[in-house]
Ligand binder design. Structure first.
Ligand code: ASC
Length: 130
């Protein structure tokens, strides 16, 4: 059975929160705000790639309401575009994992930038303002 809308919303929001935490550490290292540690970077990149698989099955029909959330109606009315945006993000998250495994800060920085663009593109199109 499908989870209730409130469970689906809570699930996807939780996954997004965790992605933000782990991506934030990489962003900090990419920007020099957090000292670069190749092992920590690799672990966080792997977690982002795993977490990237989680939230997007929880935008099923009827999950626009049930708990406060910022999904725009376009998630459902432009489902094909939403799927493309999700897949672009997931592809960049996989590349981030590979960059993390390389241990090379320049590669990690490039991959963090590319992932961040796909986060922002999807949020701009499909997430409403606070
Ligand atoms: C983050 C975060 C996002 C993205 C986005 C990148 O750390 O929480 O949504 O990066 O801001 O532009």
């Amino acid at each position: 059975p499908q989870p209730r809308p409130e469970q689906a919303i809570k699930y996807r929001q939780s996954a997004m929160t965790l992605m933000g935490a782990h991506f934030g550490r990489l962003n900090g290292m990419a920007q020099g705000r957090i000292p670069f540690d190749a092992t920590v970077a690799a672990d966080n990149a792997h977690l982002v790639a795993l977490l990237a698989k989680l939230p997007f099955n929880s935008f099923g029909p009827g999950t626009d309401k049930g708990l406060p959330n910022r999904a725009k109606p376009e998630v459902w009315s432009e489902a094909g575009k939403f799927k493309e945006a999700v897949e672009a993000f997931q592809a960049e998250a996989s590349k981030l994992d590979a960059a993390g495994k390389s241990g090379d800060l320049a590669q990690i920085k490039a991959a963090v930038g590319a992932v961040g663009k796909t986060c922002k593109a999807c949020h701009d199109a499909f997430q409403s303002e606070r």
